[in-house]
Design a protein around this ligand. Structure first.
Ligand SMILES: C[S@@+](CC[C@H](N)C(=O)[O-])C[C@H]1O[C@@H](n2cnc3c(N)ncnc32)[C@H](O)[C@@H]1O
Ligand code: SF4
Length: 459
């Protein structure tokens, strides 16, 4: 614990999450809708040929105080309707630029709360997408759902609409913790939701999301929640570290007033829930995902094929290039990122005029693609074999070192602090070092300025 305190004092600084490289705060408004259109056309002939669609539904029936997502209070029915029509238009515009022979590997609805709107809209959107592209053999059709609003009839409709992965935002099983966070508990017992989903489609998968670091949580209470979760045997469990970013969402200030857990308690929640999930048969993927041993993410991890994008971990076969729709949504193409406007009014207006709603983005240079690939590889595999990664990036070892501008003094400091260890050309993150894996990734990022408040802290 003494050592941990030393490490926290030294390394618990704001660090990028590296869901993209460069991180989204480097996107620029010099990247226009025309650039995005051009990037879509270019993506037909370079990079992964699979097509992955992300659709953003920003609305929420009630705002949770801790929320760090791009979400907003439920709009009037008329605006929701216009928003869905704009989404359809955006799907049509992007699909016109896409090679229709490319196959769809994934659709992911995130938010906000996709199940806060009439689910018939979601079904219509899926029908539109399926009418445009053939799918790979087992596409992943996923939706993030707030269980407070899920009923049996909804599960039936979503299964009919093609969904085969359901992420349920549980956050905590304690009513007290949820109440302090201004959040409703599940309408139907979570175990019954999981059984219903699997009865409707035996191949369907269920993820449960949790957050540690919320008011009212203790190490014991969070362990109870995680034990209950593991007993339900969902396919995946995710334990998010609460990201406190009140400069993005002022509602989070309520949680400061109620009282957030001490940093040590938060770290204990992470380590003890990780230990517990391991004992209960789950395998840890990356920092915060836990899966059953036969899960495709574990198989991909063992084959060094695990991948990661804005939507989380995925396998190389389901990822594809990501084309994103809706407000604030970020597309991740081989050579460019493009982010849509965050304003619902602007989004609807721009699409009414048949234009793409790009607000900013980034055109990637070759060196940035290589650095991004290396950082993703490192965060997924928790290790780097320098000669292997150089080979993968088609670089000599010397060119790789030049590209990364590594400060070897910092790496040897990470090593002497027990965060990483080296053996025969491989750099590995230790168990305790997982808390600071993003700090180590920052060493491979020549533009990471450090000591800025634009990012959430490592822990
Ligand atoms: C878009 S929400 C999921 C769908 C739905 N809105 C819900 O809340 O159930 C995605 C997930 O992000 C996580 N999350 C939201 N705010 C967070 C924060 N400030 N820190 C860490 N995780 C957060 C929650 O676990 C949530 O389930
Ligand atoms: S956590 Fe989910 S339901 Fe709560 S405000 Fe954020 S997006 Fe909405």
């Amino acid at each position: 614990m003494e050592n941990l305190k030393y490490l926290l004092d030294k390394y618990n600084a704001p660090v990028p999450r590296y869901t993209s490289y460069p991180p989204a705060n480097h996107f620029t408004d010099e990247f226009t809708a025309q650039d995005y259109h051009q990037a879509i056309i270019q993506s037909n002939i370079e990079g992964d040929s699979n097509v992955s669609f992300y659709l953003h539904i920003p609305f929420c029936k009630r705002m949770c105080y801790y929320c760090g997502c791009n979400s907003c209070p439920m709009a009037e029915q008329n605006i929701v309707n216009r928003y869905v029509q704009a989404l359809k238009k955006e799907v049509n515009l992007v699909s016109e630029a896409l090679d229709s022979k490319r196959k769809l590997s994934q659709i992911h609805y995130g938010g906000g709360t996709p199940n806060s709107i009439d689910l018939r809209y979601i079904k219509e959107l899926n029908e539109l997408i399926f009418s445009k592209f053939e799918t790979i053999e087992n596409p992943e059709i996923a939706i993030e759902c707030h269980p407070g609003y899920l009923e049996q009839g909804d599960l039936e409709l979503l299964t009919q609409a093609g969904f085969n992965r359901f992420s349920l935002g549980i956050q905590d099983f304690s009513d007290d913790v949820l109440k302090k966070s201004n959040r409703e508990p599940s309408k139907i017992p979570v175990g019954d939701l999981i059984s219903s989903i699997k009865e409707l489609n035996p191949k369907a998968k269920v993820n449960l999301d949790f957050i540690y670091g919320l008011p009212g949580q203790t190490r014991e209470s969070f362990n109870n929640t995680i034990r209950q979760a593991a007993e339900l045997r969902p396919d995946r469990i995710v334990t998010f570290s609460y990201a406190h970013v009140p400069w993005v969402n002022k509602l989070q200030l309520h949680l400061e007033e109620i009282g957030l857990p001490e940093q040590n308690d938060k770290i204990e929640m992470y380590f003890s829930s990780a230990r517990l999930l391991k004992e209960l048969g789950y395998i840890q993927i990356g920092f915060d995902h836990y899966v059953l041993p036969d899960d495709e993410l574990n198989i991909a991890f063992e084959q060094k094929q695990l991948h990661r994008n804005f939507q989380g971990y995925s396998t190389r076969s389901t990822t594809g290039q990501v084309y994103a729709f809706g407000v604030s949504a970020i597309s991740q193409l081989e050579s460019a990122y493009s982010q849509n406007t965050k304003s619902i009014e602007d989004y609807i207006k721009i699409l009414d005029n048949n234009h793409l709603p790009t607000e900013k983005g980034y055109q990637l240079r070759q060196a940035e693609k290589q650095i991004g690939e290396l950082i993703t590889y490192f965060l997924c595999n928790k290790e780097l074999k320098f000669d292997l990664i150089a080979n993968q990036l088609e670089l000599s070892l010397i060119d790789l070192m030049r590209l990364l501008k590594i400060d070897f003094r910092s790496l040897s400091e990470f090593e002497s602090d027990g965060i990483i260890e080296f053996s025969t050309g491989t750099m590995r993150v230790t168990d305790i070092g997982m808390l600071f894996i993003r700090n180590v990734a920052g060493e491979f990022d020549p533009i990471y300025a450090g000591k800025t408040n634009k990012y959430s802290k490592s822990v």
